[in-house]
Ligand binder design. Sequence first.
Ligand SMILES: [Zn+2]
Ligand SMILES: [Zn+2]
Ligand SMILES: [Zn+2]
Ligand SMILES: [Zn+2]
Ligand SMILES: [Zn+2]
Ligand SMILES: [Zn+2]
Length: 408
Amino acid sequence: MKKLIFFIAFILFTSLCIFSVQAQNSIGSDLIVSIEATHEYYGIGTILLTPRGTEVIAIEISENDWTDTEISNQKEAAESSYSGVTVIRDASKKYNCHFYAWAEEYPRSFYWLNASEINNYIDDGSYIELSSSTSLIEGDIILYVDDNQIKHSAVFKEYNGGTYIVTSKWDDGPVCEHPRESCRYATSTVSYKYYRLHTHTCTYLFVYVSETQHQLQCTCGNTASGMLSHNFTYTYTDTTHTASCSQNCGYVGTAEGHTFVVEEYSDNNHVLVCSTCGYTVVEAHDLDYTNESTHHSIECTVCDYTSAAVHAILYAKVNVNYHNKYCGNCTYSVAEAHTWTQSGALYSCGYCGQVSSFIPVVPASLSAGVLSQLMAVPAAEGEITVAFVDGVQYAMLDGQIYLVVECE
Ligand SMILES: [Zn+2]
Ligand SMILES: [Zn+2]
Ligand SMILES: [Zn+2]
Ligand SMILES: [Zn+2]
Ligand SMILES: [Zn+2]
Ligand SMILES: [Zn+2]
C-alpha cells in the first residue's frame, strides 16, 4: 500500500508525456490514465524490470478493451490519416507506444508505460543512445522529442527509399507500420533520438576518429576513453614513409618524403636518420671542392664533414705541345708543356706519354695570354685553333704555333 502511494506521487510529478497518470480519489490503489484530457482509464500500478533489472512503474489498465467494431473503425481511421500507414496490430487500450517500443520484450501482460519511466531503460545501460541514424538496425528505438519532452516512441524497421519505416502504437489506437514522419507525433518542431538494446558485454577497440585521434569504442557505440592520439608506426621505402596506427584503429596515412637529419659522419660517409620514422641511410659524402694550386679543400653538401688534401695529379695528352695537368678528385686543371725525354728516334713526355719525332718549338715571344687562349679550345688533329690578341692573330695546328700575317 505504501509503495503504491509512492508510485502515485512519483508518477504525478514526473509526468511529461501526453499520457498523464493521476491518483484516483475514491480507490487509493488504482491509477487513472488520461489521454489528452478526453479519455480516462483506470489502472493499477505494477513493477516491471528493465533488461538490466531496474524497476519501472507501469499501469495495468482495468478498462475493457475496444469492441470489434471500434477496432475496425480505428484501423480505417489510421490507414486513411497519413500516407503509407498500415495497421499491423489491433487497437488496444491496454498499452501505449512506450510500452510497445521499450518494454514489450519482457511483458507479463500489456501495460501503459509513462514517458518519465524511459530514462530507467537508458540510465542503467539497458539501451544505449546511438549518435546518429546512419546505422540503424531493425528493432532500434526512435524517440520523438519536442522541446525536451518525449512525445512518442517507435521501433525502426527499415530504411526504404530515403524514408525511415517504423512500427509504433498510436496512443490507445492500433500498432501501425508507417514512415517516421507519417503520424501526428512528427510535428514540425520534433527531433529524433535513437536507442539500441544493449545486451552484450562491451568489447572496446580503438576506432579511427581523425588523422590524429582514435577512441576506444564498442561496436554498440559505447566508449571507454576520450579522444586519444594514434600510436604511429611507419613503413618506409628509401624515399618515403607511410604512417599507420599500431593500435589497429584503421588509420593509414599517405606516403610522405623522409625528413632526414644528419646523425653522424665519418671520413667516407654520413648517416642520415628520418626524424619522423627513424629510417636510416648511410651515404657517401656529396663532396664539393674548392681549388688551390697544390691542395683542394672539400666540404660535404649534406653534413659538416670537411677535409683538405693534396691534389691527386693526373695528366692527359692534349697535343704535341701541351698536356693537361689535372686533379682526379677536384676540378683543378692547368695546361703545361711536355717534358721531353729522347728515346731512340723518338721523344716522349714522361707525364702524359705523348710521343713525337721532334721537339716542337714554341715561339719564345708568345705571351701567356695567347697560349691560354690557344689552349682553351684544343683542336682535334688537323684542325686549327685561332687566338687574336692585341691586334695580332695566332694559330695553332697540331701543336705548332704560327703568327698569322696578312699577305699583300
Ligand atoms: Zn557494447
Ligand atoms: Zn589509431
Ligand atoms: Zn621517414
Ligand atoms: Zn656528408
Ligand atoms: Zn684536387
Ligand atoms: Zn706531356
